[in-house]
Design a protein around this ligand. Structure first.
Ligand code: PLP
Ligand code: COI
Length: 365
């Protein structure tokens, strides 16, 4: 197979090195974008292409474009890291390319060939090397997305789509950095139900979450914890992250994450941490865990930590839990040793300061 070609049309107004340096100082998350983006159109019957790398900027969309009405929109998130030797590598972009297509199929959108996804990433990161931050915990966050662009108001899958890839130099996802977060258990709203779109990374899941996120903020919390739609008892995940719980059982450290039910996102960080936890000598389990188990395991001292994980937030400890039925504190509201260890192990692999024994890092330049 030949590598898909991305035509290069360089921006006539890139940021000056001084401006870029300013923008890259404390970039936060997802607020700064590089000089270029990749755009690839799709037309039914013709397929994908041609792909173009061009100046970052607004796109033209017909007001009748079906994404604006019926929400056929999916996205991904992965990171490019500066390596110890000065090269740049992405963490598991192939897994994101696969999940992108899982999401596409659920929303009746066309598959994007994985080699096109990866060629777009290579072209953009190669072009934007100067935008890749070097500090540990910083990266170039890559945001692929696909939207339905056919101008038609009939409710049906669009016959035209646009794939876009943006790049954003990013630091910590939460403004406070790696400080433990306070979470709100949502009992009024559910994020996803069996047979729905919970396992897909589609825009609508996030739109539907915002009112609960707003409610959480009103309770002094940073994030929402979602429960299963049927029993409203089993923990699924957090706003944009999966959850892990740490138990101490007869001298053994056990990390537990909710099993994949179809209504939570199969996180790539989650999958990676299950492997890394086992390599650290911990037992790692995927199973159902209820809110009452969470509460009682903390009260009995069996559970010592909880943390969230995802591409954007890496590992973020949960320090406090609140709900209409009261709340509890975890590990004194501080980062625990298991979360800290796994975060370090993951970041060391991502920045190339520990060997990549899993073949997770894909060198770009
Ligand atoms: N859950 C949701 C709802 C997310 O948006 C994300 C972020 O991508 C995750 C979990 C974590 O997934 P990953 O580790 O692949 O970034
Ligand atoms: C990510 O971790 O990449 C996410 O997509 C989470 C959030 C920003 C939606």
């Amino acid at each position: 197979m030949t590598t898909p070609k991305i035509e290069i049309q360089l921006s006539t107004h890139p940021a000056s090195p001084k401006r870029r340096a300013e923008l890259m100082t404390n970039p936060g998350f997802g607020r700064v974008f590089t000089d270029h983006m990749v755009v690839v159109p799709y037309t039914e019957g013709k397929g994908w292409g041609p792909g173009v790398l061009k100046a970052y900027g607004p796109i033209e969309l017909d007001p009748a474009a079906s994404v604006l009405h019926y929400g056929q929109a999916i996205f991904e998130g992965f990171k490019a890291f500066k390596q110890q030797d000065g090269s740049i590598a992405c963490f598991r972009p192939d897994a994101n390319a696969r999940r992108f297509n899982t999401s596409a199929r659920r929303l009746a959108m066309p598959d994007l060939p994985e080699d096109l996804f990866l060629a777009a990433a290579k072209a953009l990161i190669t072009q934007e090397q100067a935008w890749v931050p070097g500090a540990v915990g910083e990266s170039l966050y890559m945001r692929p997305l696909m939207i339905a662009t056919e101008a038609a108001l009939g409710v049906k899958p669009s016959s035209e789509y646009l794939f876009l890839l943006l790049a954003s130099p990013s630091g910590a996802y939460f403004p406070a950095g790696v400080k433990p977060v306070t979470v709100w258990i949502s009992e009024d709203y559910v994020r996803a139900a069996p047979g729905g779109t919970g396992f897909a990374k589609c825009a609508g899941n996030y739109a539907a979450s915002l009112v609960a996120q707003h409610q959480a903020k009103g309770q002094g919390c940073d994030q929402v914890v979602w429960l299963d739609a049927i029993h409203r008892e089993y923990i699924e995940e957090m706003g944009g992250m999966n959850l892990f719980f740490v138990y101490q059982e007869q001298g053994e450290t056990v990390v537990v994450t909710p099993e994949l039910t179809g209504s939570l996102l199969p996180g790539i960080t989650r999958d990676s941490l299950l492997q890394l936890a086992r390599e650290q000598g911990f037992r790692a389990e995927e199973r159902r865990i209820s809110v009452s188990e969470w509460r009682s395991a903390i009260a009995e001292g069996r559970m010592t930590e909880a943390f969230a994980c995802g591409t954007a937030a890496v590992i973020t400890p949960v320090g406090e839990v609140k709900s209409v039925r009261g709340g509890w504190t975890i590990h004194g509201g501080q980062t625990g040793p298991v979360a800290a260890k796994l975060r370090q192990v993951l970041l060391d692999i991502q920045h190339g300061s520990a060997p990549d024994t899993h073949g997770w890092m894909q060198k770009i330049v």
